[in-house]
Design a protein around this ligand. Structure first.
Ligand SMILES: Cc1cc2nc3c(=O)[nH]c(=O)nc-3n(C[C@H](O)[C@H](O)[C@H](O)COP(=O)(O)OP(=O)(O)OC[C@H]3O[C@@H](n4cnc5c(N)ncnc54)[C@H](O)[C@@H]3O)c2cc1C
Length: 407
């Protein structure tokens, strides 16, 4: 199926044929759990990452440059619509294929990985799975061909506490009028459309939420300035102000009142994407640490021969593998418990692995001439966006006790 889809693009199909031949060439672990299609996508993303992302990631990060060219190339490879149905220009792949692609891309450039993860898992997959044919025509077809999509749930007073959303949606005949402010919308500076969650009755709390598809050039939509970020600095996040934005009924995704359910179900997917992104960052930190330790000498020995460094590298390896296993499991068996557990472990482990990496590089670990400090900054956010670590732990605990009739 993948081969058929990718034949649409000569460039992609050539790459894919090479990938199929090289499927067993790399020894990074866990590949035995992936099928031929997933391995081919992994190889496609890995080759692209090694050739185009790794050499440019530091420059994009230090200068805070959005990866326009990279997103265009990833679009040509089909990875900006990986799970979207082929009739709307996608590759029709499964979530695990997308997760391994996000992991590989994030290994080379965490910022690009974040853009790809949110566009696919939180925008394109949502429209693909829940949109009407008319909505897919308007809000999906262009989004596999270069337009970038966003997910606007958070607000200044509603981050973890989603039911506290203040953005209002008022029905006016065949139209809806949206007013309010959204925060931290990834890619909204460059994006073409976003899903927006708003309340049509604040007293109903989460039951009063609805989900809308909003073109970012619609009258009344104002994009704020790019937030200056600690990590993923080539990705962008900004506020969105909605002032009397008038949308036809056809922009309502699902039914009014289903907004909370839609947001939570999509976050189950989104957390797989952020977990995969975190695994990629952690793998990059491990790769950086190993190649440095192999070259550097101290006390007449190679660093890898010092027990404490070996111990750190071993811990890093175990943390990367644990996170990868949970992420792949969540991508094949999607549930709130699985995706929250994957995000919890992957985010926490990425931060710890990147910390070890900085330590192994010593003084160079703090220098922007080396990659360790970038991995360290990139890793930290994976415990925050997509739902903070504290909430993920609560969710896992909730479903654990529910399974045991112990709530
Ligand atoms: C770079 C970046 C990109 C982002 N992209 C997007 C995007 O594209 N779309 C979008 O909608 N949002 C996005 N966000 C927002 C992100 O999802 C929120 O920042 C996150 O959900 C946390 O919300 P908050 O910042 O309001 O923190 P709060 O909810 O105020 O939480 C602060 C802290 O309080 C604690 N806490 C709060 N509630 C609980 C609880 N119930 N149990 C235990 N502890 C708790 C935790 O320690 C938490 O870290 C992005 C954020 C960043 C930084």
């Amino acid at each position: 199926m993948v081969a058929g889809a990718l034949l649409k693009s000569t460039k992609s199909s050539l790459c894919l044929l090479q990938c199929m031949k090289a499927v067993v060439s790399q020894s990074r672990s866990f590949t035995s759990q992936l099928n031929a299609e997933q391995l081919a996508i992994q190889e496609l993303a890995r080759n692209y990452t090694n050739e185009h992302l790794k050499p440019n990631a530091s420059k994009l990060d230090l200068q805070g440059l959005f990866p326009f060219e990279e997103i265009k190339q990833l679009t040509n490879l089909g990875l900006m619509g990986a799970c979207v149905d082929q009739e709307y220009g996608g590759l029709g792949l499964d979530y695990l294929s997308l997760a391994v692609a996000v992991e590989e891309i994030s290994r080379g450039c965490a910022s690009t990985g974040m853009v790809v993860s949110i566009h696919n898992f939180l925008y394109a997959n949502l429209v693909n799975e829940r949109g009407t044919p008319e909505q897919k025509e308007r809000f999906l077809s262009d989004f596999t061909k270069g337009a970038v999509g966003c997910f606007a749930l958070s607000e200044p007073d509603a981050g973890s506490d989603v039911a506290n959303i203040k953005t209002t949606a008022r029905q006016d005949g065949d139209f809806w009028i949206l007013n309010g402010k959204k925060s931290w919308v990834t890619s909204a500076v460059e994006g073409a459309a976003t899903v927006v969650f708003a309340t049509f009755d604040p007293e109903l709390r989460h039951k009063g939420l609805a989900c809308f598809l909003v073109p970012l050039d619609a009258e009344g939509v104002f994009r704020g300035k790019k937030e200056p970020l600690m990590g993923v600095r080539a990705a962008t996040a900004c506020d969105l102000t909605l002032e009397h934005v008038r949308l036809p009924n056809s922009c309502l995704l699902g039914h009014s009142g289903e907004g909370f359910k839609i947001a939570m179900a999509q976050l189950d997917q989104g957390r797989i994407g952020i977990a995969a992104h975190a695994v990629g960052i952690a793998q990059a930190a491990l790769d950086t640490a190993i190649s440095y330790a192999k070259e550097r000498h101290a006390f007449g020995k190679n660093l890898t021969r010092l027990p404490s460094v070996k111990d750190r590298l071993t811990d890093m390896c175990i943390m990367v593998e644990t996170a990868r296993l949970l992420t792949y499991r969540a991508a094949t068996d999607v549930s709130t418990k699985n995706s929250s557990m994957a995000k919890y472990v992957a985010g926490r482990n990425a931060a710890a692995v990147a910390d070890h990496c900085v330590q192994i590089l010593g003084g160079r670990g703090l220098s922007t001439k080396f990659n360790a400090e970038r991995h360290f900054r990139d890793a930290r956010g994976t415990q925050i966006y997509g739902g903070v670590t504290d909430i993920q732990k609560r969710l896992v605990g909730h479903f654990l006790l529910k399974e045991h009739n112990a709530l």
